[in-house]
Design a protein around this ligand. Structure first.
Ligand SMILES: C=C(O[C@@H]1C=C(C(=O)O)C=C[C@H]1O)C(=O)O
Length: 404
Protein backbone atom coordinates (compact mmCIF):
# COMPACT_ATOMS: atom_id res chain seq x y z
CA UNK A 1 0.00 0.00 0.00
CA UNK A 2 1.25 3.45 -0.79
CA UNK A 3 0.59 5.42 2.36
CA UNK A 4 1.36 8.39 4.50
CA UNK A 5 1.33 7.31 8.14
CA UNK A 6 0.81 9.38 11.21
CA UNK A 7 -0.21 8.80 14.76
CA UNK A 8 -3.62 10.14 15.65
CA UNK A 9 -4.36 11.00 19.24
CA UNK A 10 -8.00 12.05 19.45
CA UNK A 11 -11.11 11.00 21.35
CA UNK A 12 -12.47 7.52 22.20
CA UNK A 13 -12.21 4.90 19.40
CA UNK A 14 -15.94 4.39 19.06
CA UNK A 15 -16.66 8.07 18.37
CA UNK A 16 -13.90 8.30 15.73
CA UNK A 17 -15.04 5.03 14.15
CA UNK A 18 -18.63 6.28 14.00
CA UNK A 19 -17.65 9.56 12.34
CA UNK A 20 -15.37 7.88 9.78
CA UNK A 21 -18.00 5.24 8.98
CA UNK A 22 -20.58 8.03 8.51
CA UNK A 23 -18.20 9.82 6.12
CA UNK A 24 -17.68 6.70 3.98
CA UNK A 25 -21.37 5.77 3.88
CA UNK A 26 -22.36 9.36 2.95
CA UNK A 27 -20.10 9.15 -0.11
CA UNK A 28 -21.18 5.66 -1.27
CA UNK A 29 -17.86 4.35 0.04
CA UNK A 30 -17.26 0.98 1.71
CA UNK A 31 -16.30 0.08 5.25
CA UNK A 32 -14.55 -2.89 6.88
CA UNK A 33 -14.08 -3.00 10.64
CA UNK A 34 -12.43 -6.10 12.08
CA UNK A 35 -10.81 -7.45 15.21
CA UNK A 36 -8.29 -10.28 14.78
CA UNK A 37 -8.41 -13.27 17.18
CA UNK A 38 -6.89 -12.30 20.55
CA UNK A 39 -6.12 -8.75 19.35
CA UNK A 40 -6.71 -5.96 21.87
CA UNK A 41 -8.49 -3.58 19.48
CA UNK A 42 -10.02 -3.34 16.02
CA UNK A 43 -8.85 -1.98 12.67
CA UNK A 44 -11.05 0.24 10.50
CA UNK A 45 -10.65 0.46 6.73
CA UNK A 46 -12.52 2.84 4.43
CA UNK A 47 -12.64 2.64 0.65
CA UNK A 48 -13.54 5.99 -0.78
CA UNK A 49 -12.78 5.12 -4.41
CA UNK A 50 -14.67 2.66 -6.64
CA UNK A 51 -14.13 -0.95 -5.62
CA UNK A 52 -11.84 -3.35 -7.37
CA UNK A 53 -14.17 -6.14 -8.54
CA UNK A 54 -11.64 -8.73 -9.62
CA UNK A 55 -13.80 -11.81 -10.01
CA UNK A 56 -10.82 -13.76 -8.67
CA UNK A 57 -9.65 -14.56 -5.16
CA UNK A 58 -7.13 -11.83 -4.29
CA UNK A 59 -3.42 -12.22 -4.86
CA UNK A 60 -1.54 -12.41 -1.56
CA UNK A 61 1.86 -11.56 -2.99
CA UNK A 62 3.51 -8.55 -1.32
CA UNK A 63 3.39 -6.39 -4.45
CA UNK A 64 -0.40 -7.01 -4.92
CA UNK A 65 -2.89 -4.32 -3.83
CA UNK A 66 -3.64 -3.96 -0.11
CA UNK A 67 -7.23 -4.06 1.04
CA UNK A 68 -9.98 -6.07 2.67
CA UNK A 69 -11.13 -9.13 0.74
CA UNK A 70 -14.83 -10.00 0.74
CA UNK A 71 -15.40 -13.05 -1.39
CA UNK A 72 -18.56 -15.10 -1.97
CA UNK A 73 -19.06 -18.82 -1.47
CA UNK A 74 -19.10 -19.61 -5.19
CA UNK A 75 -17.74 -17.95 -8.31
CA UNK A 76 -20.50 -17.00 -10.66
CA UNK A 77 -22.95 -16.26 -7.87
CA UNK A 78 -24.88 -13.06 -8.01
CA UNK A 79 -22.45 -11.81 -5.35
CA UNK A 80 -19.34 -9.91 -6.46
CA UNK A 81 -15.78 -10.85 -5.46
CA UNK A 82 -14.42 -7.73 -3.82
CA UNK A 83 -11.19 -6.24 -2.58
CA UNK A 84 -11.98 -3.02 -0.70
CA UNK A 85 -8.95 -0.78 -1.37
CA UNK A 86 -7.13 0.45 1.73
CA UNK A 87 -7.76 4.18 1.24
CA UNK A 88 -7.97 4.97 4.95
CA UNK A 89 -6.78 2.53 7.62
CA UNK A 90 -7.03 3.33 11.29
CA UNK A 91 -5.42 0.64 13.44
CA UNK A 92 -6.48 0.89 17.09
CA UNK A 93 -4.29 -2.00 18.16
CA UNK A 94 -1.12 -0.22 16.93
CA UNK A 95 -1.42 2.97 18.97
CA UNK A 96 -4.11 4.29 16.68
CA UNK A 97 -2.01 4.47 13.54
CA UNK A 98 -3.70 6.30 10.66
CA UNK A 99 -2.64 5.46 7.09
CA UNK A 100 -3.96 7.33 4.07
CA UNK A 101 -3.44 6.07 0.53
CA UNK A 102 -1.50 8.40 -1.79
CA UNK A 103 -4.15 7.63 -4.40
CA UNK A 104 -6.76 9.56 -2.40
CA UNK A 105 -7.66 12.96 -3.85
CA UNK A 106 -6.72 15.95 -1.60
CA UNK A 107 -10.41 16.73 -0.85
CA UNK A 108 -10.88 13.23 0.56
CA UNK A 109 -7.75 13.54 2.71
CA UNK A 110 -9.02 16.90 4.05
CA UNK A 111 -12.45 15.39 4.78
CA UNK A 112 -10.88 12.51 6.73
CA UNK A 113 -8.68 14.89 8.76
CA UNK A 114 -11.69 17.09 9.53
CA UNK A 115 -13.83 14.17 10.62
CA UNK A 116 -11.10 12.84 12.91
CA UNK A 117 -10.89 16.15 14.76
CA UNK A 118 -14.65 16.78 15.05
CA UNK A 119 -16.34 16.14 18.36
CA UNK A 120 -19.99 15.43 17.52
CA UNK A 121 -21.18 11.86 17.13
CA UNK A 122 -23.53 10.95 14.27
CA UNK A 123 -26.46 8.86 15.48
CA UNK A 124 -27.90 7.66 12.17
CA UNK A 125 -25.63 5.65 9.89
CA UNK A 126 -26.91 4.81 6.39
CA UNK A 127 -25.54 1.26 6.17
CA UNK A 128 -25.57 -0.28 2.69
CA UNK A 129 -28.42 -2.66 1.90
CA UNK A 130 -27.66 -5.67 -0.30
CA UNK A 131 -28.93 -5.42 -3.89
CA UNK A 132 -29.35 -9.22 -3.89
CA UNK A 133 -32.87 -10.55 -3.29
CA UNK A 134 -33.72 -11.78 0.21
CA UNK A 135 -32.55 -15.39 0.52
CA UNK A 136 -35.26 -18.03 0.87
CA UNK A 137 -35.35 -19.35 4.42
CA UNK A 138 -35.94 -23.00 5.35
CA UNK A 139 -38.19 -24.06 8.24
CA UNK A 140 -37.52 -27.13 10.30
CA UNK A 141 -39.38 -29.56 8.00
CA UNK A 142 -37.70 -28.15 4.90
CA UNK A 143 -34.23 -28.28 6.42
CA UNK A 144 -34.71 -31.81 7.71
CA UNK A 145 -35.85 -32.94 4.30
CA UNK A 146 -32.76 -31.34 2.70
CA UNK A 147 -30.58 -33.26 5.18
CA UNK A 148 -32.43 -36.51 4.47
CA UNK A 149 -31.96 -36.00 0.74
CA UNK A 150 -28.23 -35.30 1.21
CA UNK A 151 -27.77 -38.39 3.40
CA UNK A 152 -29.52 -40.50 0.74
CA UNK A 153 -27.18 -39.08 -1.94
CA UNK A 154 -24.15 -39.90 0.27
CA UNK A 155 -25.42 -43.43 0.87
CA UNK A 156 -25.94 -43.81 -2.89
CA UNK A 157 -22.24 -43.00 -3.35
CA UNK A 158 -22.67 -39.61 -5.04
CA UNK A 159 -20.39 -37.92 -2.47
CA UNK A 160 -18.73 -38.59 0.90
CA UNK A 161 -19.61 -35.37 2.71
CA UNK A 162 -21.72 -32.31 2.04
CA UNK A 163 -22.31 -29.20 4.17
CA UNK A 164 -25.91 -28.11 3.88
CA UNK A 165 -27.05 -24.77 5.26
CA UNK A 166 -29.98 -22.44 5.69
CA UNK A 167 -30.84 -18.79 6.26
CA UNK A 168 -33.16 -17.50 9.00
CA UNK A 169 -34.87 -14.09 9.36
CA UNK A 170 -34.93 -12.22 12.66
CA UNK A 171 -36.30 -8.75 13.36
CA UNK A 172 -33.82 -6.15 14.60
CA UNK A 173 -34.64 -5.16 18.19
CA UNK A 174 -35.69 -1.55 18.80
CA UNK A 175 -32.68 0.78 18.97
CA UNK A 176 -30.34 -1.82 17.42
CA UNK A 177 -26.95 -0.20 16.77
CA UNK A 178 -24.63 -2.00 14.37
CA UNK A 179 -21.37 -0.59 15.79
CA UNK A 180 -22.42 -1.47 19.32
CA UNK A 181 -23.30 -4.98 18.14
CA UNK A 182 -19.76 -5.25 16.69
CA UNK A 183 -18.31 -4.20 20.07
CA UNK A 184 -20.51 -6.75 21.85
CA UNK A 185 -19.29 -9.54 19.53
CA UNK A 186 -15.67 -8.50 20.20
CA UNK A 187 -16.25 -8.77 23.94
CA UNK A 188 -18.14 -12.08 23.70
CA UNK A 189 -15.73 -13.76 21.26
CA UNK A 190 -12.09 -12.90 22.05
CA UNK A 191 -10.84 -15.94 20.06
CA UNK A 192 -12.87 -15.20 16.92
CA UNK A 193 -12.28 -13.00 13.90
CA UNK A 194 -15.00 -10.40 14.39
CA UNK A 195 -15.98 -8.36 11.34
CA UNK A 196 -18.38 -5.75 10.05
CA UNK A 197 -18.39 -5.07 6.31
CA UNK A 198 -20.61 -2.63 4.43
CA UNK A 199 -20.35 -2.13 0.66
CA UNK A 200 -22.88 -0.98 -1.94
CA UNK A 201 -22.57 -4.29 -3.87
CA UNK A 202 -22.82 -6.57 -0.83
CA UNK A 203 -24.91 -4.83 1.82
CA UNK A 204 -23.87 -5.03 5.48
CA UNK A 205 -22.50 -8.16 7.16
CA UNK A 206 -21.57 -8.79 10.77
CA UNK A 207 -19.91 -11.95 12.07
CA UNK A 208 -17.62 -13.73 14.53
CA UNK A 209 -15.93 -16.68 12.81
CA UNK A 210 -13.66 -19.33 14.36
CA UNK A 211 -12.19 -20.56 11.07
CA UNK A 212 -8.91 -19.49 9.46
CA UNK A 213 -8.78 -20.09 5.72
CA UNK A 214 -5.28 -18.76 4.96
CA UNK A 215 -2.79 -16.76 7.02
CA UNK A 216 0.65 -15.70 5.85
CA UNK A 217 3.27 -13.26 7.08
CA UNK A 218 5.79 -14.01 4.36
CA UNK A 219 7.75 -16.51 6.48
CA UNK A 220 4.99 -18.89 7.55
CA UNK A 221 1.77 -20.11 5.91
CA UNK A 222 -1.07 -21.38 8.11
CA UNK A 223 -4.44 -22.98 7.54
CA UNK A 224 -6.73 -25.26 9.55
CA UNK A 225 -9.23 -28.09 9.25
CA UNK A 226 -12.16 -27.22 11.51
CA UNK A 227 -15.24 -29.43 11.77
CA UNK A 228 -17.32 -31.48 14.19
CA UNK A 229 -19.66 -29.62 16.52
CA UNK A 230 -21.05 -30.11 20.01
CA UNK A 231 -22.42 -27.62 22.53
CA UNK A 232 -20.23 -26.29 25.31
CA UNK A 233 -22.03 -27.13 28.55
CA UNK A 234 -21.02 -26.94 32.22
CA UNK A 235 -20.32 -30.72 32.05
CA UNK A 236 -18.53 -30.80 28.69
CA UNK A 237 -15.62 -28.43 28.19
CA UNK A 238 -12.77 -28.39 25.68
CA UNK A 239 -10.69 -30.56 28.05
CA UNK A 240 -13.27 -33.23 28.70
CA UNK A 241 -15.07 -33.45 25.34
CA UNK A 242 -15.54 -36.85 23.73
CA UNK A 243 -16.34 -37.03 20.03
CA UNK A 244 -18.65 -39.25 18.03
CA UNK A 245 -17.12 -41.29 15.23
CA UNK A 246 -19.16 -39.21 12.78
CA UNK A 247 -17.52 -35.95 13.92
CA UNK A 248 -14.05 -37.49 13.86
CA UNK A 249 -14.55 -38.71 10.30
CA UNK A 250 -16.08 -35.45 9.14
CA UNK A 251 -13.14 -33.45 10.45
CA UNK A 252 -10.61 -35.95 9.10
CA UNK A 253 -12.09 -35.44 5.63
CA UNK A 254 -11.41 -31.70 5.88
CA UNK A 255 -7.82 -32.42 6.96
CA UNK A 256 -7.39 -34.79 4.03
CA UNK A 257 -8.67 -32.10 1.69
CA UNK A 258 -6.03 -29.62 2.97
CA UNK A 259 -3.28 -32.23 2.55
CA UNK A 260 -4.58 -32.90 -0.99
CA UNK A 261 -4.11 -29.19 -1.80
CA UNK A 262 -0.51 -29.30 -0.45
CA UNK A 263 0.13 -32.33 -2.64
CA UNK A 264 -1.16 -30.58 -5.75
CA UNK A 265 1.42 -27.86 -5.13
CA UNK A 266 4.11 -30.49 -4.38
CA UNK A 267 4.49 -29.45 -0.75
CA UNK A 268 5.61 -32.41 1.35
CA UNK A 269 7.14 -30.51 4.22
CA UNK A 270 4.39 -29.23 6.49
CA UNK A 271 3.62 -29.28 10.21
CA UNK A 272 0.33 -30.80 11.30
CA UNK A 273 -0.94 -30.37 14.88
CA UNK A 274 -4.10 -31.94 16.22
CA UNK A 275 -6.94 -32.60 15.95
CA UNK A 276 -7.70 -30.98 19.27
CA UNK A 277 -10.90 -29.64 20.77
CA UNK A 278 -11.36 -25.88 20.60
CA UNK A 279 -14.08 -23.57 21.85
CA UNK A 280 -15.95 -21.19 19.55
CA UNK A 281 -18.49 -19.23 21.56
CA UNK A 282 -21.20 -21.62 22.73
CA UNK A 283 -19.75 -24.52 20.71
CA UNK A 284 -16.84 -26.93 20.57
CA UNK A 285 -15.12 -28.04 17.36
CA UNK A 286 -12.26 -30.30 16.33
CA UNK A 287 -9.32 -28.46 14.81
CA UNK A 288 -6.11 -29.50 13.07
CA UNK A 289 -3.58 -26.76 12.36
CA UNK A 290 -1.25 -26.83 9.36
CA UNK A 291 1.91 -24.72 8.98
CA UNK A 292 4.39 -24.42 6.13
CA UNK A 293 7.79 -22.74 6.48
CA UNK A 294 7.80 -20.39 3.49
CA UNK A 295 11.58 -20.12 3.50
CA UNK A 296 11.57 -23.67 2.15
CA UNK A 297 9.03 -22.96 -0.59
CA UNK A 298 10.37 -21.72 -3.90
CA UNK A 299 7.13 -20.49 -5.51
CA UNK A 300 6.39 -16.84 -4.55
CA UNK A 301 2.69 -17.42 -5.29
CA UNK A 302 2.30 -20.41 -2.93
CA UNK A 303 -0.12 -18.68 -0.49
CA UNK A 304 -2.27 -17.36 -3.34
CA UNK A 305 -2.27 -20.77 -5.05
CA UNK A 306 -3.31 -22.45 -1.79
CA UNK A 307 -6.12 -19.93 -1.29
CA UNK A 308 -7.44 -20.66 -4.76
CA UNK A 309 -7.27 -24.42 -4.21
CA UNK A 310 -8.70 -24.40 -0.70
CA UNK A 311 -11.80 -22.30 -1.19
CA UNK A 312 -14.48 -23.55 -0.74
CA UNK A 313 -13.02 -26.17 1.61
CA UNK A 314 -14.87 -29.31 2.54
CA UNK A 315 -15.72 -27.61 5.87
CA UNK A 316 -18.29 -25.53 3.95
CA UNK A 317 -18.78 -27.40 0.64
CA UNK A 318 -18.03 -31.11 0.79
CA UNK A 319 -16.09 -34.02 -0.71
CA UNK A 320 -15.59 -34.61 -3.55
CA UNK A 321 -15.82 -30.89 -4.04
CA UNK A 322 -17.58 -30.72 -7.42
CA UNK A 323 -20.25 -33.32 -6.56
CA UNK A 324 -20.99 -31.57 -3.25
CA UNK A 325 -21.19 -28.11 -4.84
CA UNK A 326 -23.48 -29.43 -7.54
CA UNK A 327 -25.75 -31.00 -4.92
CA UNK A 328 -25.93 -27.69 -3.05
CA UNK A 329 -26.62 -25.70 -6.21
CA UNK A 330 -29.46 -28.04 -7.06
CA UNK A 331 -31.05 -28.67 -3.66
CA UNK A 332 -30.04 -26.13 -1.04
CA UNK A 333 -32.75 -23.78 -2.26
CA UNK A 334 -31.12 -20.38 -1.68
CA UNK A 335 -28.11 -18.30 -2.68
CA UNK A 336 -25.49 -18.17 0.12
CA UNK A 337 -23.83 -15.07 -1.43
CA UNK A 338 -21.14 -14.15 1.17
CA UNK A 339 -22.01 -16.72 3.86
CA UNK A 340 -19.24 -19.38 3.82
CA UNK A 341 -17.19 -17.21 1.47
CA UNK A 342 -14.07 -15.65 2.96
CA UNK A 343 -12.97 -12.29 4.23
CA UNK A 344 -10.06 -10.47 5.81
CA UNK A 345 -7.13 -8.10 5.39
CA UNK A 346 -4.76 -8.59 2.44
CA UNK A 347 -1.26 -7.10 2.53
CA UNK A 348 -2.19 -5.31 5.75
CA UNK A 349 -0.80 -3.98 8.00
CA UNK A 350 2.28 -4.55 5.77
CA UNK A 351 2.96 -6.09 2.35
CA UNK A 352 3.22 -9.87 2.70
CA UNK A 353 0.85 -10.19 5.67
CA UNK A 354 -2.67 -11.45 4.94
CA UNK A 355 -5.26 -13.08 7.20
CA UNK A 356 -8.32 -14.60 5.61
CA UNK A 357 -11.18 -16.32 7.46
CA UNK A 358 -14.20 -18.35 6.39
CA UNK A 359 -17.32 -16.19 6.70
CA UNK A 360 -19.24 -18.30 9.25
CA UNK A 361 -21.41 -17.36 12.26
CA UNK A 362 -22.48 -14.28 10.36
CA UNK A 363 -25.54 -12.28 9.46
CA UNK A 364 -26.61 -9.87 6.80
CA UNK A 365 -28.21 -6.70 8.15
CA UNK A 366 -31.16 -5.02 6.45
CA UNK A 367 -32.98 -1.91 7.70
CA UNK A 368 -35.46 -3.76 9.93
CA UNK A 369 -34.24 -7.34 10.02
CA UNK A 370 -31.21 -9.60 10.03
CA UNK A 371 -30.58 -12.71 7.94
CA UNK A 372 -28.62 -15.30 9.84
CA UNK A 373 -26.83 -18.25 8.26
CA UNK A 374 -25.66 -21.63 9.51
CA UNK A 375 -24.67 -24.98 8.05
CA UNK A 376 -23.81 -28.48 9.15
CA UNK A 377 -21.46 -31.09 7.76
CA UNK A 378 -23.30 -34.26 6.73
CA UNK A 379 -22.01 -37.78 6.36
CA UNK A 380 -23.91 -41.04 5.98
CA UNK A 381 -24.54 -41.17 9.74
CA UNK A 382 -26.25 -37.75 9.97
CA UNK A 383 -29.69 -37.46 11.55
CA UNK A 384 -31.97 -34.66 10.28
CA UNK A 385 -33.25 -33.58 13.73
CA UNK A 386 -29.75 -33.31 15.20
CA UNK A 387 -28.56 -31.31 12.20
CA UNK A 388 -31.46 -28.88 12.60
CA UNK A 389 -30.54 -28.45 16.27
CA UNK A 390 -26.93 -27.84 15.31
CA UNK A 391 -27.93 -25.01 12.94
CA UNK A 392 -30.02 -23.51 15.78
CA UNK A 393 -26.95 -23.55 18.05
CA UNK A 394 -24.74 -22.01 15.38
CA UNK A 395 -27.30 -19.25 14.75
CA UNK A 396 -27.01 -18.32 18.43
CA UNK A 397 -23.35 -17.28 18.09
CA UNK A 398 -24.19 -14.01 16.35
CA UNK A 399 -27.95 -14.13 16.99
CA UNK A 400 -27.35 -13.27 20.64
CA UNK A 401 -26.63 -9.65 19.70
CA UNK A 402 -30.25 -9.40 18.48
CA UNK A 403 -31.70 -10.28 21.88
CA UNK A 404 -33.53 -7.35 23.44
C1 LIG B 1 -20.85 -24.50 8.21
C2 LIG B 1 -20.58 -24.00 9.43
O1 LIG B 1 -19.54 -24.45 10.21
C3 LIG B 1 -18.62 -25.40 9.72
C4 LIG B 1 -19.13 -26.77 9.91
C5 LIG B 1 -18.89 -27.46 11.07
C6 LIG B 1 -19.55 -28.82 11.31
O2 LIG B 1 -20.18 -29.32 10.39
O3 LIG B 1 -19.46 -29.36 12.41
C7 LIG B 1 -18.02 -26.95 12.05
C8 LIG B 1 -17.32 -25.83 11.82
C9 LIG B 1 -17.33 -25.17 10.51
O4 LIG B 1 -16.28 -25.63 9.71
C10 LIG B 1 -21.37 -22.86 10.00
O5 LIG B 1 -21.01 -22.39 11.08
O6 LIG B 1 -22.31 -22.41 9.35
Amino acid sequence: MSVASQSSTEAAPSAVVRRLVALALRHEGSVALWRLPHAPAPVLLLSLRPLHLSGLPPSLEPQAPAGFAFYPFQDGDTAEAMLLPADVVLDFSAGRQLSLSHALPPEAVAAVQRVIHETDEPTELAWHVSPQPLPATADRAEYESLVARAVAAIRAGQMTKVVSSRAARRPLPPGFDTLRAFDALCRQHPRAFVSLVSAPQAGTWLGATPEVLVETDGTEFRTMALAGTQPLTPDITANSAMWRQKDIEEQALVGRYVVGCFKQLRIRDYDETGPKTVQAGNLLHLRTEFRVDLRRVTSPSFATDMLRLLHPTSAVGGMPREAALQFLQRHEGYDRTYYSGFLGPVNLPAPGTSRLFVNLRCMQLRPTEALLYAGTGLTEESEPTKEWQETEMKLRTVGSVLDE
